[in-house]
Design a protein around this ligand. Structure first.
Ligand SMILES: NC(=O)c1ccc[n+]([C@@H]2O[C@H](COP(=O)([O-])OP(=O)(O)OC[C@H]3O[C@@H](n4cnc5c(N)ncnc54)[C@H](O)[C@@H]3O)[C@@H](O)[C@H]2O)c1
Ligand SMILES: O=P(O)(O)OC[C@H](O)CO
Length: 340
Protein backbone atom coordinates (compact mmCIF):
# COMPACT_ATOMS: atom_id res chain seq x y z
CA UNK A 1 0.00 0.00 0.00
CA UNK A 2 1.42 3.39 -0.90
CA UNK A 3 2.19 5.97 1.74
CA UNK A 4 0.61 9.39 1.25
CA UNK A 5 2.66 12.09 2.98
CA UNK A 6 0.59 14.63 4.88
CA UNK A 7 1.61 18.20 5.62
CA UNK A 8 2.98 18.52 9.16
CA UNK A 9 4.66 21.27 11.22
CA UNK A 10 8.22 22.38 11.88
CA UNK A 11 10.79 20.04 13.42
CA UNK A 12 14.14 21.25 14.78
CA UNK A 13 16.94 18.67 14.67
CA UNK A 14 19.98 19.03 16.95
CA UNK A 15 22.45 18.33 15.46
CA UNK A 16 23.60 17.90 11.85
CA UNK A 17 25.65 14.73 12.49
CA UNK A 18 25.20 11.36 10.75
CA UNK A 19 21.90 10.39 12.34
CA UNK A 20 20.41 13.87 12.66
CA UNK A 21 21.02 14.45 8.95
CA UNK A 22 19.67 11.04 7.86
CA UNK A 23 16.64 11.43 10.13
CA UNK A 24 15.93 14.86 8.63
CA UNK A 25 15.32 13.03 5.32
CA UNK A 26 12.77 10.76 7.04
CA UNK A 27 11.08 13.79 8.59
CA UNK A 28 10.97 15.71 5.32
CA UNK A 29 9.72 12.67 3.36
CA UNK A 30 6.97 12.33 5.99
CA UNK A 31 5.82 15.90 5.28
CA UNK A 32 7.57 17.98 7.96
CA UNK A 33 9.47 21.24 7.53
CA UNK A 34 12.91 20.46 8.98
CA UNK A 35 15.56 22.79 10.36
CA UNK A 36 18.90 21.18 11.10
CA UNK A 37 21.05 22.95 13.65
CA UNK A 38 24.78 22.80 12.92
CA UNK A 39 27.42 23.94 15.40
CA UNK A 40 29.53 25.45 12.61
CA UNK A 41 28.04 28.24 10.52
CA UNK A 42 29.99 27.17 7.44
CA UNK A 43 28.41 23.69 7.59
CA UNK A 44 24.92 25.26 7.82
CA UNK A 45 25.74 27.44 4.82
CA UNK A 46 27.08 24.46 2.87
CA UNK A 47 23.89 22.48 3.58
CA UNK A 48 21.67 25.38 2.46
CA UNK A 49 23.69 26.09 -0.69
CA UNK A 50 24.28 22.51 -1.87
CA UNK A 51 21.48 20.49 -0.16
CA UNK A 52 24.09 18.10 1.12
CA UNK A 53 25.94 17.56 4.40
CA UNK A 54 29.45 16.82 3.11
CA UNK A 55 30.84 16.13 6.59
CA UNK A 56 28.34 13.49 7.75
CA UNK A 57 26.30 12.22 4.76
CA UNK A 58 28.43 13.01 1.70
CA UNK A 59 26.80 12.36 -1.66
CA UNK A 60 23.26 12.34 -0.24
CA UNK A 61 20.89 14.99 -1.62
CA UNK A 62 18.73 16.52 1.10
CA UNK A 63 15.06 17.25 0.30
CA UNK A 64 14.01 20.91 -0.28
CA UNK A 65 12.08 20.85 3.04
CA UNK A 66 15.40 20.53 4.93
CA UNK A 67 17.31 23.72 5.74
CA UNK A 68 20.11 24.40 8.22
CA UNK A 69 21.13 27.13 10.64
CA UNK A 70 23.71 27.65 13.37
CA UNK A 71 21.33 30.00 15.19
CA UNK A 72 19.69 28.14 18.11
CA UNK A 73 16.75 30.54 18.47
CA UNK A 74 15.99 30.46 14.76
CA UNK A 75 16.10 26.66 14.70
CA UNK A 76 13.68 26.30 17.60
CA UNK A 77 11.26 29.15 16.91
CA UNK A 78 7.85 27.66 16.05
CA UNK A 79 9.09 24.04 16.20
CA UNK A 80 6.48 21.80 17.85
CA UNK A 81 8.90 18.88 17.74
CA UNK A 82 12.57 18.91 18.75
CA UNK A 83 14.74 15.95 17.78
CA UNK A 84 17.99 15.40 19.66
CA UNK A 85 20.91 13.49 18.11
CA UNK A 86 24.19 14.36 19.78
CA UNK A 87 26.71 11.99 21.34
CA UNK A 88 25.11 10.94 24.65
CA UNK A 89 27.92 12.32 26.77
CA UNK A 90 27.46 15.79 25.18
CA UNK A 91 23.69 16.02 25.52
CA UNK A 92 23.50 17.68 28.93
CA UNK A 93 25.87 20.52 28.03
CA UNK A 94 24.27 21.15 24.64
CA UNK A 95 20.68 20.94 25.85
CA UNK A 96 21.36 23.32 28.72
CA UNK A 97 22.11 25.98 26.08
CA UNK A 98 19.19 25.08 23.82
CA UNK A 99 16.45 24.45 26.43
CA UNK A 100 15.47 28.11 27.09
CA UNK A 101 14.53 28.46 23.42
CA UNK A 102 12.39 25.30 23.14
CA UNK A 103 8.67 26.11 22.64
CA UNK A 104 6.80 25.36 25.87
CA UNK A 105 4.58 22.60 24.49
CA UNK A 106 7.05 21.08 22.02
CA UNK A 107 7.65 17.33 22.21
CA UNK A 108 11.28 16.31 22.58
CA UNK A 109 12.44 13.19 20.77
CA UNK A 110 15.71 11.46 21.62
CA UNK A 111 17.52 9.53 18.89
CA UNK A 112 20.50 8.82 21.15
CA UNK A 113 21.76 5.44 22.32
CA UNK A 114 23.83 5.85 25.44
CA UNK A 115 23.84 6.23 29.21
CA UNK A 116 25.48 9.23 30.86
CA UNK A 117 28.77 8.58 32.64
CA UNK A 118 28.72 9.48 36.35
CA UNK A 119 24.96 10.02 36.74
CA UNK A 120 24.09 6.69 34.98
CA UNK A 121 21.07 8.45 33.54
CA UNK A 122 19.31 7.55 30.32
CA UNK A 123 18.88 10.30 27.74
CA UNK A 124 15.16 10.74 28.50
CA UNK A 125 16.11 11.32 32.14
CA UNK A 126 18.70 13.93 31.18
CA UNK A 127 16.11 15.64 28.94
CA UNK A 128 13.55 15.70 31.77
CA UNK A 129 16.07 17.21 34.19
CA UNK A 130 17.44 19.86 31.87
CA UNK A 131 14.16 20.98 30.25
CA UNK A 132 11.68 20.27 33.04
CA UNK A 133 9.43 18.54 30.45
CA UNK A 134 7.06 15.86 31.75
CA UNK A 135 7.08 12.26 30.46
CA UNK A 136 4.20 13.10 28.07
CA UNK A 137 6.55 15.45 26.18
CA UNK A 138 9.57 13.13 25.99
CA UNK A 139 9.94 10.31 23.47
CA UNK A 140 12.60 8.00 22.10
CA UNK A 141 13.06 6.61 18.59
CA UNK A 142 15.21 3.49 18.50
CA UNK A 143 15.65 0.49 16.22
CA UNK A 144 17.86 -1.05 13.51
CA UNK A 145 18.59 2.25 11.79
CA UNK A 146 22.12 2.53 10.41
CA UNK A 147 22.18 6.10 9.13
CA UNK A 148 23.78 5.55 5.68
CA UNK A 149 21.01 3.06 4.80
CA UNK A 150 18.27 5.37 6.12
CA UNK A 151 19.79 8.26 4.15
CA UNK A 152 19.56 6.11 0.99
CA UNK A 153 15.88 5.50 1.83
CA UNK A 154 16.34 1.74 2.22
CA UNK A 155 13.23 0.31 3.95
CA UNK A 156 13.53 0.08 7.74
CA UNK A 157 11.37 -0.06 10.85
CA UNK A 158 11.85 1.45 14.29
CA UNK A 159 10.09 2.06 17.60
CA UNK A 160 8.78 5.37 18.92
CA UNK A 161 8.34 5.12 22.67
CA UNK A 162 6.62 7.60 24.96
CA UNK A 163 4.97 7.12 28.35
CA UNK A 164 1.87 8.72 26.80
CA UNK A 165 0.62 6.39 24.09
CA UNK A 166 -1.31 9.15 22.30
CA UNK A 167 1.87 11.20 21.98
CA UNK A 168 3.74 8.13 20.68
CA UNK A 169 0.99 7.76 18.04
CA UNK A 170 1.21 11.42 17.09
CA UNK A 171 4.99 11.13 16.61
CA UNK A 172 4.54 7.85 14.73
CA UNK A 173 2.30 9.70 12.28
CA UNK A 174 4.82 12.55 11.96
CA UNK A 175 7.78 10.25 11.15
CA UNK A 176 6.10 7.60 8.99
CA UNK A 177 7.67 8.05 5.56
CA UNK A 178 7.59 5.87 2.42
CA UNK A 179 10.79 4.11 3.57
CA UNK A 180 10.52 4.37 7.37
CA UNK A 181 7.95 2.44 9.40
CA UNK A 182 7.67 3.33 13.11
CA UNK A 183 5.85 1.18 15.69
CA UNK A 184 4.66 2.63 19.00
CA UNK A 185 5.56 1.58 22.53
CA UNK A 186 5.19 3.01 26.02
CA UNK A 187 8.38 1.26 27.21
CA UNK A 188 10.83 4.17 27.09
CA UNK A 189 13.30 2.49 29.48
CA UNK A 190 13.36 -0.80 27.52
CA UNK A 191 13.94 0.98 24.21
CA UNK A 192 16.70 3.16 25.64
CA UNK A 193 18.56 0.33 27.36
CA UNK A 194 18.19 -1.90 24.28
CA UNK A 195 19.72 0.87 22.16
CA UNK A 196 22.59 1.59 24.56
CA UNK A 197 23.46 -2.05 25.30
CA UNK A 198 23.56 -3.19 21.68
CA UNK A 199 26.50 -0.83 21.15
CA UNK A 200 28.47 -2.62 23.88
CA UNK A 201 27.60 -6.02 22.42
CA UNK A 202 28.53 -4.64 18.99
CA UNK A 203 31.98 -3.79 20.34
CA UNK A 204 32.43 -7.36 21.65
CA UNK A 205 31.26 -8.85 18.34
CA UNK A 206 33.58 -6.50 16.45
CA UNK A 207 36.48 -7.72 18.61
CA UNK A 208 35.63 -11.33 17.72
CA UNK A 209 35.58 -10.40 14.02
CA UNK A 210 38.87 -8.52 14.38
CA UNK A 211 40.43 -11.60 15.95
CA UNK A 212 39.37 -13.61 12.89
CA UNK A 213 36.59 -15.65 14.49
CA UNK A 214 33.50 -16.71 12.55
CA UNK A 215 29.75 -16.92 12.91
CA UNK A 216 29.57 -19.38 15.83
CA UNK A 217 31.53 -16.94 17.97
CA UNK A 218 29.58 -13.86 16.92
CA UNK A 219 26.20 -15.60 17.29
CA UNK A 220 27.20 -16.75 20.79
CA UNK A 221 28.20 -13.23 21.83
CA UNK A 222 25.05 -11.69 20.28
CA UNK A 223 22.77 -14.17 22.07
CA UNK A 224 24.45 -13.83 25.43
CA UNK A 225 24.50 -10.06 24.87
CA UNK A 226 20.74 -10.07 24.43
CA UNK A 227 20.37 -12.14 27.62
CA UNK A 228 22.54 -9.63 29.51
CA UNK A 229 20.58 -6.67 28.11
CA UNK A 230 17.24 -8.26 29.04
CA UNK A 231 18.50 -9.16 32.53
CA UNK A 232 19.37 -5.56 33.34
CA UNK A 233 16.48 -3.90 31.52
CA UNK A 234 13.78 -6.11 33.04
CA UNK A 235 15.30 -5.72 36.51
CA UNK A 236 14.85 -1.97 36.01
CA UNK A 237 11.24 -2.37 34.86
CA UNK A 238 11.37 -2.89 31.08
CA UNK A 239 8.89 -5.13 29.26
CA UNK A 240 10.86 -8.26 28.23
CA UNK A 241 9.09 -8.17 24.83
CA UNK A 242 10.71 -4.81 24.06
CA UNK A 243 14.10 -6.55 24.10
CA UNK A 244 12.80 -9.14 21.60
CA UNK A 245 11.62 -6.33 19.31
CA UNK A 246 13.14 -3.76 16.96
CA UNK A 247 14.81 -1.69 19.70
CA UNK A 248 16.36 -4.85 21.19
CA UNK A 249 17.05 -7.84 18.99
CA UNK A 250 16.46 -5.87 15.77
CA UNK A 251 19.08 -3.25 16.54
CA UNK A 252 21.47 -5.86 17.93
CA UNK A 253 21.33 -7.81 14.66
CA UNK A 254 21.85 -4.69 12.51
CA UNK A 255 24.74 -3.40 14.59
CA UNK A 256 26.52 -6.71 15.07
CA UNK A 257 26.24 -7.79 11.42
CA UNK A 258 27.04 -4.55 9.64
CA UNK A 259 30.44 -3.16 8.71
CA UNK A 260 28.61 0.23 8.66
CA UNK A 261 28.28 0.11 12.47
CA UNK A 262 30.80 2.40 14.15
CA UNK A 263 30.64 0.30 17.34
CA UNK A 264 31.31 -2.98 15.54
CA UNK A 265 34.11 -1.29 13.56
CA UNK A 266 35.62 0.14 16.76
CA UNK A 267 35.58 -3.36 18.25
CA UNK A 268 37.11 -4.85 15.11
CA UNK A 269 40.02 -2.42 15.39
CA UNK A 270 40.49 -3.37 19.06
CA UNK A 271 40.49 -7.03 17.99
CA UNK A 272 43.17 -6.25 15.42
CA UNK A 273 45.35 -4.80 18.17
CA UNK A 274 44.79 -1.05 17.92
CA UNK A 275 44.50 0.87 21.19
CA UNK A 276 41.44 2.95 22.12
CA UNK A 277 43.50 6.13 21.75
CA UNK A 278 44.65 5.12 18.25
CA UNK A 279 41.06 4.40 17.23
CA UNK A 280 39.79 7.73 18.58
CA UNK A 281 42.52 9.48 16.61
CA UNK A 282 41.45 7.70 13.41
CA UNK A 283 37.78 8.85 13.34
CA UNK A 284 35.63 11.75 14.50
CA UNK A 285 32.41 9.76 14.53
CA UNK A 286 30.94 8.51 17.78
CA UNK A 287 31.04 4.86 18.96
CA UNK A 288 28.72 5.24 21.94
CA UNK A 289 29.50 1.81 23.42
CA UNK A 290 33.10 2.79 24.13
CA UNK A 291 31.78 5.17 26.81
CA UNK A 292 28.48 3.51 27.75
CA UNK A 293 30.19 0.17 28.55
CA UNK A 294 31.37 1.87 31.70
CA UNK A 295 28.03 3.49 32.66
CA UNK A 296 26.05 0.34 31.82
CA UNK A 297 28.46 -1.74 33.91
CA UNK A 298 28.02 0.66 36.82
CA UNK A 299 24.23 0.54 36.37
CA UNK A 300 24.31 -3.28 36.36
CA UNK A 301 26.44 -3.36 39.54
CA UNK A 302 24.14 -0.85 41.22
CA UNK A 303 21.17 -3.06 40.27
CA UNK A 304 22.94 -6.26 41.40
CA UNK A 305 22.97 -7.75 37.88
CA UNK A 306 25.74 -9.91 36.42
CA UNK A 307 27.06 -8.15 33.28
CA UNK A 308 30.12 -10.02 31.99
CA UNK A 309 30.01 -8.55 28.48
CA UNK A 310 29.88 -4.95 29.69
CA UNK A 311 32.58 -5.76 32.25
CA UNK A 312 34.98 -7.31 29.73
CA UNK A 313 34.34 -4.72 27.00
CA UNK A 314 35.00 -1.98 29.55
CA UNK A 315 38.30 -3.66 30.49
CA UNK A 316 39.43 -3.95 26.86
CA UNK A 317 38.43 -0.35 26.01
CA UNK A 318 40.33 0.85 29.11
CA UNK A 319 43.40 -1.16 28.07
CA UNK A 320 43.33 -3.50 31.07
CA UNK A 321 42.77 -6.60 28.94
CA UNK A 322 43.26 -7.65 25.32
CA UNK A 323 40.41 -8.75 23.05
CA UNK A 324 41.84 -12.29 22.97
CA UNK A 325 41.94 -12.37 26.79
CA UNK A 326 38.29 -11.26 26.78
CA UNK A 327 37.25 -14.14 24.51
CA UNK A 328 39.26 -16.65 26.57
CA UNK A 329 37.69 -15.34 29.75
CA UNK A 330 34.14 -15.61 28.33
CA UNK A 331 34.67 -19.33 27.69
CA UNK A 332 36.42 -19.98 31.02
CA UNK A 333 33.70 -18.40 33.19
CA UNK A 334 31.92 -20.68 35.65
CA UNK A 335 29.37 -22.74 33.75
CA UNK A 336 25.67 -22.25 34.51
CA UNK A 337 22.12 -22.77 33.22
CA UNK A 338 21.25 -20.75 30.12
CA UNK A 339 18.22 -19.15 31.76
CA UNK A 340 20.15 -17.92 34.83
N1 LIG B 1 24.56 7.15 13.00
C1 LIG B 1 23.65 6.23 13.17
O1 LIG B 1 23.51 5.32 12.34
C2 LIG B 1 22.77 6.25 14.38
C3 LIG B 1 21.55 5.57 14.32
C4 LIG B 1 20.75 5.55 15.44
C5 LIG B 1 21.14 6.23 16.59
N2 LIG B 1 22.32 6.91 16.60
C6 LIG B 1 22.65 7.62 17.83
O2 LIG B 1 22.55 9.02 17.58
C7 LIG B 1 23.46 9.73 18.41
C8 LIG B 1 24.30 10.65 17.53
O3 LIG B 1 25.06 9.82 16.67
P1 LIG B 1 25.58 10.28 15.26
O4 LIG B 1 25.80 9.04 14.49
O5 LIG B 1 24.72 11.32 14.64
O6 LIG B 1 26.99 10.90 15.68
P2 LIG B 1 27.97 11.74 14.78
O7 LIG B 1 29.30 11.63 15.40
O8 LIG B 1 27.81 11.41 13.35
O9 LIG B 1 27.43 13.24 14.95
C9 LIG B 1 27.40 13.84 16.22
C10 LIG B 1 26.87 15.26 16.08
O10 LIG B 1 26.87 15.86 17.36
C11 LIG B 1 27.60 17.08 17.31
N3 LIG B 1 28.30 17.23 18.57
C12 LIG B 1 29.41 16.59 19.00
N4 LIG B 1 29.76 17.04 20.22
C13 LIG B 1 28.83 17.97 20.55
C14 LIG B 1 28.67 18.81 21.68
N5 LIG B 1 29.53 18.80 22.69
N6 LIG B 1 27.60 19.63 21.70
C15 LIG B 1 26.73 19.67 20.67
N7 LIG B 1 26.86 18.92 19.57
C16 LIG B 1 27.90 18.09 19.53
C17 LIG B 1 28.55 16.93 16.14
O11 LIG B 1 28.89 18.21 15.65
C18 LIG B 1 27.70 16.14 15.17
O12 LIG B 1 26.84 17.02 14.47
C19 LIG B 1 24.27 8.66 19.15
O13 LIG B 1 23.73 8.48 20.42
C20 LIG B 1 24.07 7.41 18.31
O14 LIG B 1 24.16 6.22 19.09
C21 LIG B 1 23.12 6.94 15.53
O1 LIG C 1 27.00 2.93 13.89
P1 LIG C 1 26.53 2.54 15.26
O2 LIG C 1 27.27 1.35 15.80
O3 LIG C 1 26.48 3.71 16.18
O4 LIG C 1 25.01 2.03 15.08
C1 LIG C 1 24.10 2.88 14.48
C2 LIG C 1 22.68 2.55 14.85
O5 LIG C 1 22.50 2.65 16.25
C3 LIG C 1 22.20 1.23 14.35
O6 LIG C 1 20.83 1.08 14.63
Amino acid sequence: MSHVPTKHGKVAVFTAGSWGTAFSIVLADAGNEVVLWARREELAREINEHHENPDYQPGVELPPAVSATSDVEKALHGADMVVLATPSQSLRAGLTEWAPHIEKDAVIVSLMKGVELGTLERMSEVIAQVTGAGPERIAVVSGPNLSPEIARREPAASVVACADEEVAKMIQHRIHSPAFRPYTSTDVLGCELGGAYKNVVGLAVGMAVGLGFGDNTTASVITRGLAETARLATALGANPLTLMGLAGLGDLVATCSSPLSRNRTFGEKLGQGMTTEEIYASTRQVAEGAKSCSSLLALARKTGIDAPIAEHVDAVVAGRMTAQEMMDSFIARDTKAEAD
